[in-house]
Design a protein around this ligand. Structure first.
Ligand code: LMR
Length: 398
């Protein structure tokens, strides 16, 4: 029976990471998957997470199942982290959440809830968006429309086009927004633009679904959530998918949360029960380890301060890498790459063609996505010159 299934192409991101791992060239540069790499080219464990883990290993007495909604301490910590301590929606009891297996699990649970409320609902996604958004939400049965977002000519958000397209979003539609550090382009909305989207959601009645996977890696934890918080303040309902992969370095521990901001406390509570049932259908209950670590880091004052400092240092380093890359690329190409400095988080497009990205891979072992999306956090002092020189040579070759 199963023989009828053909081989399928590898994932457009993970497949390239695997190809890079297999490349024997000692000068290879991996700018594929969005993970933070330090100067030594390693994805480090946060100090606060290591300390929390040491304590957890000593204290943990059971590996019994987690409840389907996950750890209550983790859930309340994530609500405060994402929405802010003084969030009126939180204080009014209009928020519930469940712990999920990573940000992907959070998106999937969010999609299940949308589909339960409005089967086959239309989700508006930015052009471009993270390629996994489509299969993740689409496999539940949701439909898609796209809104224009990134303008390759100006290397920024084409907000007029976004507004024009989202005028078509109606009550019953969902608009998927990147909370910060847009993946793949790094071009973010200004607070004024978030306010305009809030007005549109208010007038047109669409539901914002915000994917915030990179909080803390753009301008800081609170600044990165400012647009999201503005929507939450202004609208009765907002769905949020949050992740601890990047800002706590818990990638492989699959730690995330779906947050439901609802019109009233009864609806928030109802949505949590719906999400628990959805979770039971898909994976039953979330993995414990990462969320228990995150909960400690979110609750313990000393660990929290330690974590915030390390995250801030990462954020500064990424922004510093952006500045260095701009000047190295300009030296090697004579072109203006200043837009990279204006973008946020791990990703930027270099503005190369798919053929040029392929040439970089095949001739120089420099790995980026075909769209020329680079993971800025994969750059370090040892590879930045080689990267810029390789881009220069490929651009010169036409
Ligand atoms: C990325 O876009 O590289 C990250 O979000 C990792 C992933 O799962 O694709």
């Amino acid at each position: 029976m199963l023989e009828c299934l053909p081989q399928v192409p590898e994932d457009s991101i993970l497949g390239l990471a695997a190809a890079c791992r297999a490349d024997p060239n000692p000068r290879k540069v991996d700018l594929t998957v969005g993970i933070y790499m330090n100067e030594e080219g390693l994805c480090p464990v946060f100090d606060a997470i290591r300390l929390a883990q040491d304590a957890l290993v000593q204290e943990e007495r059971t590996k019994a199942y987690m409840p389907p909604a996950g750890d209550p301490g983790f859930n309340s910590g994530m609500q405060q982290l994402v929405l802010g301590l003084g969030s009126p929606a939180l204080l009014d009891g209009r928020v519930s959440s469940i712990q999920t297996p990573g940000g992907c699990g959070a998106l999937r649970v969010g999609a299940e809830i949308i589909n339960a409320a409005a089967p086959g609902a239309r989700v508006w996604v930015s052009d471009p968006t993270w390629p996994v958004h489509i299969p993740l939400l689409g496999s539940v049965g949701l439909q898609f429309a796209t809104y224009r977002y990134y303008d390759p000519a100006s290397h920024g958000v084409n907000f007029d086009a976004l507004v024009e397209d989202l005028k078509g979003a109606r009550h019953g539609d969902v608009v998927l927004l990147h909370g910060c550090c847009h993946n793949p382009c790094g071009a973010d909305l200004s607070l004024e633009q978030w306010a305009q989207i809030a007005d549109m959601a208010d007038h047109q009645g669409f539901l914002p679904f915000i994917d915030i996977a990179y909080q803390g890696l753009g301008d800081g934890l609170d600044a990165d959530a400012a647009g999201l918080r503005l929507l939450v303040e202004r609208l009765p309902e907002v769905l949020i998918a949050a992740s601890c992969s990047k800002n706590m370095g818990l990638y492989r521990e699959r730690t995330g949360a779906t947050l439901f901001v609802s019109a009233n406390p009864a609806s928030a509570a109802a949505l949590r029960t719906q999400a628990q049932v959805a979770a039971r259908r898909i994976y039953s209950m979330p993995p414990a380890h990462g969320a228990l670590l995150a909960a400690r880091v979110l609750q313990d004052e000393a660990l929290n301060a330690n974590w915030r400092n390390e995250l801030e240092a990462m954020c500064w380093r990424i922004n510093g890498l952006r500045t260095s890359l701009v000047s190295k690329l300009e030296q090697c190409t004579g072109r203006d790459f200043g837009f990279i400095e204006r973008e946020k988080g791990m990703f930027s497009f270099l503005g190369l063609s798919a053929d040029q990205a392929l040439a970089l891979r095949e001739q120089y072992s420099v790995y980026m996505l075909d769209s020329s999306r680079i993971n800025v956090a994969g750059i370090n002092g040892a590879n930045i010159d080689y990267l810029a020189e390789s881009v220069g040579k490929v651009l010169q070759a036409g």
